[in-house]
Each structure stands twice: as C-alpha cells, then as structure tokens.
Design a protein around this ligand. Structure first.
Ligand code: ARG
Length: 532
C-alpha cells in the first residue's frame, strides 16, 4: 500500500488493462492466507501505468481502489543509500521455477547484486537499465528468488531508523533462483517523484515522511440537504491525527479529531477540497488528499428551472450540468423546451445531450455548425414518456481537439409550451466601477399577468457583491429590488429570486438593472433568466 487508496505494482501486471478507469482488478489485503475469511477485499476504480512503459524498464503502475484501507504504508526509497546487503522479498508466486501459485504468502531474503555484475549474466540481462532496475539474488549459488506470480510485490529493507523502506518492485528474471540469473526489480528510488505526481493526480501522494490520507472519491450533494458524512483515513503516522480541510463547500465542516466531514451545503458550485491530517509525532508529519465536491442547487418547486453556474468544457472531454426538478406532477410535456447557452469557439466539436432522470438520452446537437461560435438555442423536445421529477442533466461532449468553452446557462421547461413566457439573456454585460448597467429580455406571445412565484435566476460575476444593487424592472417600469448591497466582500451572485409579479403583464421588455454603488470592484452580468 502506497497510500490508503493506492497499491503500487508492476506495469507488466496490468499493462493489458491500460491507463484509465477500470473496475476489473480485485485487491486482497491484510492476510497471509488468500482464502482467510478475515481478508479485506477491494475493487479497483482506476489504473495508472507508468507513462512511456514499453516492456523495457519503467515497470511500475498504481491501482486505485474504491474504498480506503486503514493500512500501514510502505515508504519508498528516494536514494541509493539502502542499495547494499540483504533485501526481503515476498509474494504468493511460484515457490519453484515452473511451480504453482501459492495460497500462503512466502518471503525470503536476497542479497544486492551490482548492475555491472547483473548485466554480465548476458542474454536479457545485458539490456539491464542501470538507473531503472536493481538486481538481487545469490549470484554463485542461486536457490532463493522471487518467481512467476510475485511480480508487482515489494522488495524492502529497514533503514537506519528501523523503518521498512521499499527499494524494488518484483519485475523479471530468467528462470527462477538459477545461479548467475538474479531477480530484477524496478528501482523504486528512480521513480519516486514520478510515482508521487501520478498519485497526486489520483487523489494524493505519500509525503516524503511516509504519511498519506486515503481519497474518499469525488462527492456530490444538494443545497439544503444534509450530506451523508464523509470519513477519511490517515496512515503512515502516529495516531491520533488532527484533521483540517480547505475548499469545503459553505455549510460543511470537518471534525478535527475524527476527520469526518458533515453539514448541509448552502450554495451550489464545484469545490476542490483538500483534507490534511497531522499526526502526533514530534516533529509532526502531515499527509493530504484532494477531490472534487459538486453541490447542485436545491430543486425549485415547479416544472421549470435554470442552472446558470458555468461549467468549463476542457478539450476532448465530457462534462455535465444538472437541474433537479421537484413538485412537478406527472410526465413532462410533449413540447418541453430547453434553452441552452454554450460558449464555445467551434460548435462542430460538440455533442449536446439532455439526459432524463431515468437515464434516457435526448441528443439536442450533434456536431453540426462547423466552426461557428456558441450555441444559443431553445430546443423543443418530446419528453412525454419521462416523469418530470428528478435530476436532469445537460451533457456536453467536446469530441475533437483544439477548441474549448463552457456551459453558460440552461433552462428546462417541462410544462412545455411557451418558451415565450420565459427567457434567458446570456450575453455578458460589463459592470464598470460605480456605474449602472442593464440587460433586457423581451417577451411576446404570452398571455395575462406573471405568476406570484415568478423566478429570476441571476448570475453576476463581481468581486465584492456588497457594492451591488440588483433590480428587476417590469415592462411598465415597476422596480423589484432583488439584491441591495448585502454580502460584503463575497464574490459573485448566483441566485434564483422568487418574485410576486402577479400585478405585471407578461409581455414586454423586462430589464435587469445592476448598479455598482461603490468604488474599486467591477464585474459583469453573466446571464439571467426570467420565468414568468
Ligand atoms: N515476471 C514475473 C511475474 O510476473 C516475476 C519474475 C521474477 N523472476 C525472478 N527470477 N526473480 O511474476
């Protein structure tokens, strides 16, 4: 175990699986007998093969498991200071050349062999890569070795401080335990930095002092709904640990003595959370892990909602934005409408799909439009076979290299019909310092007055929202103040306001007026939506 969620192995053990998400590897931990009923088991969720691995050298890989294991960790050698004397090797591989795999773990001690002597064995050994490979075995007499099935296991020894240090990863040999044909091991110290950076991208590196925190995986939750508490595992240090976290969604906190994150999120967004454990040794050691916490907006009662939180679309990737619908009885309408605003410099790259709560996919845009910029389209979709309530997703796939962009805003009108009684203006309007700007939405073809629970979803980018007065102005000039210089130095407004507009006729030109009433900070109206 390199961290509570990462197993260090040999690249050639998992090479056929490739780098990427993978749930096909089973991990058995904590026992000598592979059939011990007390064994701990886990399933892989990602495999990372050493970049550039081609069967010659670079024989390391990381397997990430689905749930952390509260395991001791093996620290990696970072220099050659332990490249001498005897090493311990262990595994469930063959006990004799050509023999069967073992049910019970075996271990053995093998002496260090210099690269020069090892290469002098000839044959495959003459290709030995001195930096990347280290040899061990009884040169003259053989008789003790790793063998087929031991690959990926550690070669290790104690350092001066009596800690176990991993020096090698069982890699290859010609036959097993033959005199003059030693075992060859991946030289861990040469790859220690590469392994750490790969591990960091998988949720956390082992710190140089050997501590690490297990990664609980990316989290999703909803504004206003208590999260199921997320636990963390620290290993490689001296308990008790003191826990801290950065980047947590507002409303959540970490218990400093248990490492449990709990609470109820109060605002939507995507958060990069880093959780750190500090141990009780003197001097203290720390380890940390990072993951993404996505908080979606609370479902708005009714059959329409807007998600105005920007989601970046990296090159050649698939991203999603969600809208949760609650309190909309029955199925969606056969003329449901989906206004979509995507900023992208080459819309022929994009596949845009609406995914219903049950997983049914409705393709809205499929790589048409060539080099045109941006999608600002209201799609009419027959969703009459879909229950309206639940979490809907707008999935955007960028299917070709070169151009990137973002989901700006999208709206779901499952009651169908009149997109004319809802509108979005996704054109950015700069808010210069100490100024008043407006953005308009013109509605026609609606009937009657607006609802007493009309919704105004406002996305404003600004570095000090205590500067701002935000007002909805009806076609007849009536002003409804939505935000009046609250929020102090907080950044950005991403809020859906419910406004009683029952005395206002729907048709006409509505304005969002934004006044920046104090010097120093500026921003822009990103997008706003009116649902009458
Ligand atoms: N490549 C083998 C495996 O996949 C390990 C062979 C080790 N051989 C040796 N003579 N030390 O299990």
């Amino acid at each position: 175990m390199y961290t509570p969620t990462l197993v260090l192995t040999a690249a050639h053990c998992v090479d056929n699986l490739g780098t990427g998400p993978n749930t096909s590897v089973g991990v058995t931990w904590g026992v000598v007998d592979l059939q011990d009923p007390a064994r701990t088991t886990r399933t892989s969720n990602y495999i990372h093969i050493a970049p550039g691995y081609n069967g010659n050298g670079r024989d390391w890989a990381l397997i990430r498991i689905s749930q952390p294991i509260d395991s001791p960790l093996l620290k990696l050698a970072t220099d050659t200071s332990l490249h001498s004397g005897n090493f311990t090797v262990a595994g469930w591989g063959a006990a004799t050349q050509g023999g069967p795999q073992q049910r019970f773990l075996l271990k053995a001690d093998v002496p260090f062999i210099t690269d020069t002597q090892c290469a002098s064995a000839g044959g495959a050994y003459s290709g030995l890569i001195f930096d990347q490979e280290i040899c061990a075995g009884n040169w003259a007499s053989g008789g003790v070795d790793t063998c087929q099935g031991d690959s990926g296991g550690p070669m290790f020894k104690r350092n001066a401080a009596n800690e176990w240090i991993q020096v090698g990863i069982t890699s290859w040999g010609i036959g097993c335990a033959q005199p003059g044909n030693p075992g060859v091991y991946t030289e861990v110290r040469y790859f220690a930095n590469d392994i750490c950076s790969a591990a960091a991208s998988l949720g956390g590196c082992q710190s140089s002092n050997g501590m690490a925190v297990g990664n609980p995986g990316n989290q999703t939750s909803t504004v206003g709904t208590a999260v199921s508490p997320v636990n963390h595992t620290a290993a490689g240090g001296t308990a008790p640990y003191t826990w801290s976290a950065t980047g947590l969604p507002a409303g959540l906190s970490i218990n400093s003595s248990t490492g449990l994150i709990s609470g109820t999120p109060t605002s939507a967004g995507t958060f990069s959370v880093t959780v750190t454990a500090r141990d009780s040794a003197v001097p203290a050691k720390t380890g940390s892990t990072s993951y993404t916490w996505t908080v979606s907006a609370a479902p708005t009662p009714g059959c329409s909602a807007t998600n105005g939180t920007d989601v970046t679309i990296p090159d050649v990737s698939t991203v999603e934005s969600t809208i949760a619908i609650a309190g909309c009885a029955g199925n969606a309408s056969a003329t449901s409408t989906v206004p979509v605003s995507i900023i992208h410099t080459y819309i022929g790259d994009l596949v845009v799909t609406l995914v219903a709560p049950d997983g049914t996919a409705y393709v809205l845009h499929n790589r048409t439009g060539g080099s045109a910029d941006n999608i600002n389209t209201t799609y009419t979709v027959n969703l009459s076979s879909e229950a309206a309530n639940g979490t809907w997703r707008l999935r955007v796939q960028d299917a070709a290299t070169g151009d990137v962009g973002r989901i700006d805003t999208w709206t779901l009108n499952l009651g169908g019909g009149s997109p004319a009684c809802a509108g979005t203006n996704g054109t950015d309007v700069a808010i210069p310092d100490v100024s008043t700007v407006t953005s308009t939405i013109a509605l026609s073809g609606c009937t009657g007055n607006a609802s007493a629970t009309s919704k105004v979803t406002v996305g404003i980018i600004h570095t000090f929202i205590g500067d701002l007065v935000v007002t909805l102005v009806a076609p007849d000039g009536s002003a409804y103040v939505l935000h009046n210089r609250t929020g102090g130095s907080a950044d950005n407004i991403n809020t859906t306001y419910t406004v009683d507009l029952s005395s206002e006729a729907r048709n006409g030109t509505w304005s969002l007026r934004v006044q920046d009433a104090a010097t120093a900070d500026v921003g822009s109206i990103d997008s706003w939506t009116l649902s009458l």
